[in-house]
Design a protein around this ligand. Structure first.
Ligand SMILES: [Zn+2]
Length: 436
């Protein structure tokens, strides 16, 4: 990757009461659902560092995950902290309160220093007409031909379009401001925190001109957003590759990078503002596109994964054989029995063809290697089964129900599990994204 034109810390033009913790150019979100793999995950970042690229680990876990597992946010920090100390990680690291809202943020305040402010539910709630009119009046520069360096075809945005987008997104932006100020008023210490705004869990993707208008509104609202997670075009199913038009994604991603650069320069947003890709894990065909685009633009990136590590735990247990394999097979059998219940909350982010799911009886006959090959995400491998993988991705709740039985087997087979966790993160994620 070419040398970064990444800014040094520049103070925000806008004054904020809250101290700002600055997120570095490259950061990568990992999920550690059962708080047993932080060390194995951090090993992958160390391997990358030994090859000359520094990427900051961010441990993310949403309120939904905590609720399903019955864990508390502090456990994420404790596991990460212990890995950092153990491996003597010399750089920054963060704990992300993922997809929090005003109703759920409080228990994340103490252990988190990164907050993903989720305002997707307010998107589309029409903003009051007077606020929309005031926004349009305040920003006459948005209407007309908008030439942004790096974008081949200038945007042509009418005043009516600015008003339409403002109507659709101003309530969400206001909510982001409200949540940001709530966090800021409670995390008043010197250490500060990182604010991300996420709009990905909604139906329609945001186009680059819409992203520009949203960023302008966030600047007006005084939210020092360091990462923004739009919804991109295409499908981001859980734990499997991207489904969509790669050319279109490339154009959209590059235009978004240009919009962000422009919004920083023109509207005083934090100089390190960058895109956050909520990947749903394992969007392998996007990685080379993202790497090239970042290199060309000298841009930063936050990319979030979740669940890819939990599946490596299952792979490691299967490979370990004996009781560990038996538990992996049982979890699959239970997942089949509860397929509707497990898939319900994730309906928009999974695509399972149930006729392609092997029977529980068949899976019970599998060797550990067969189980691992069906689950391990190696596209093109003859035994890889993306349907089984997606089902198990959303089945972590069943492992949580096993309590100590599950975590004791993780401990007993730590070496095999850890090897899989580290290799997956390094070889299949960090390397293609940052080394090529
Ligand atoms: Zn998300």
């Amino acid at each position: 990757m070419p040398p970064a034109r990444w800014p040094c810390v520049r103070l925000l033009r806008r004054s904020h009461s809250a101290p700002v913790l600055v997120l570095e150019r490259f950061s990568f979100g990992v999920g550690d659902r059962f708080a047993h793999q932080a060390k194995a995950q951090l090993q992958a970042f160390l391997q990358l560092q030994s090859q000359g690229v520094q990427v900051i680990p961010v441990w993310n876990k949403s309120n939904r995950e905590h609720t399903f597992i019955g864990s508390e946010p502090q456990s994420v920090r404790d596991a990460a902290q212990s890995a950092v100390l153990h491996l003597k990680w010399p750089h920054a690291w963060h704990v992300d309160a993922d997809h929090i809202r005003l109703q759920t943020v409080d228990r994340f305040l103490a252990p988190s220093d990164f907050f993903t402010i989720d305002v997707a539910d307010s998107i589309g709630q029409p903003a009051p007409a007077d606020q929309v009119a005031a926004f349009v009046k305040r920003h006459p520069e948005l209407a007309g031909v908008c030439e942004i360096p790096g974008i081949a075809k200038p945007f042509v945005i009418t005043a009516a379009e600015v008003a339409r987008v403002a109507t659709q997104y101003l309530s969400a932006v206001r909510e982001a401001g409200e949540i940001f100020r709530h966090i800021a008023s409670r995390k008043g210490g010197k250490e500060g925190f990182i604010a991300e705004v996420s709009m990905d869990e909604t139906d329609a993707p945001q186009t680059p001109p819409e992203l520009l208008i949203i960023l302008v509104a966030l600047a007006d609202e005084g939210v020092p957003v360091q990462t923004i997670a739009p919804k991109f075009t295409g499908r981001f199913n859980k734990g499997v590759d991207y489904v969509g038009d790669l050319k279109r994604f490339r154009r959209e991603f590059n235009d978004d990078l240009a919009v962000i650069r422009h919004a920083i320069a023109r509207y005083g947003l934090p100089a390190n503002l960058k895109l956050s890709v909520h990947s749903g894990s394992d969007k392998f065909s996007l990685y080379p596109i993202i790497r090239e685009s970042l290199g060309r633009a000298g841009a930063g990136l936050h990319i979030k994964t979740a669940g890819t590590t939990w599946l490596e735990e299952l792979i490691g247990l299967a490979e370990s054989g004996g009781k560990a394999l038996q538990l992996a097979q049982e979890i699959y059998a239970q997942a089949l029995e509860h397929v509707d219940e497990l898939c319900g909350p994730y309906a928009t982010v999974i695509d399972i063809d149930r006729t392609r799911l092997p029977s529980a009886i068949a899976v019970r006959q599998w060797t550990g290697d067969q189980f691992a090959s069906a689950l391990r995400h190696i596209p093109g491998h003859p035994e890889f089964n993306p349907h089984l993988r997606q089902l198990l991705h959303v089945a972590f709740k069943l492992a949580a129900k096993q309590g100590r039985r599950y975590t004791d087997l993780l401990k007993a087979n730590e070496a095999v599990v850890a090897r899989n966790v580290t290799q997956n993160l390094f070889e299949r994620h960090l390397k293609p994204l940052f080394l090529g």
